[in-house]
Design a protein around this ligand. Structure first.
Ligand SMILES: [Zn+2]
Length: 73
């Protein structure tokens, strides 16, 4: 049996085909999937990217605020 990508349990059943691929359905959470592994980058990499993005934004706004303060004086 295939492992559910959502809850990690192996209580999955075959549930027809989608775009030529075997579709599975988790008996526990009801999640339907055609691939066992998730698409795209790993979750840890995404979290790091989001963290860097937010840090970059806050730094940018911090610099802009500093510029506005220095222009007034
Ligand atoms: Zn599941």
């Amino acid at each position: 049996m295939t492992e559910c990508p959502k809850c990690g349990l192996v209580k999955t059943v075959k549930n027809g085909c989608h775009l030529g691929r075997q579709r599975h359905r988790c008996k526990d959470c009801g999640f339907q999937f055609t691939r066992a592994t998730s698409k795209g980058r790993p979750a840890s990499e995404k979290a790091t990217a989001v963290l860097l993005y937010t840090l970059g934004l806050s730094l940018h706004s911090f610099v802009n605020t500093l510029k506005k303060i220095s222009m007034k004086n």
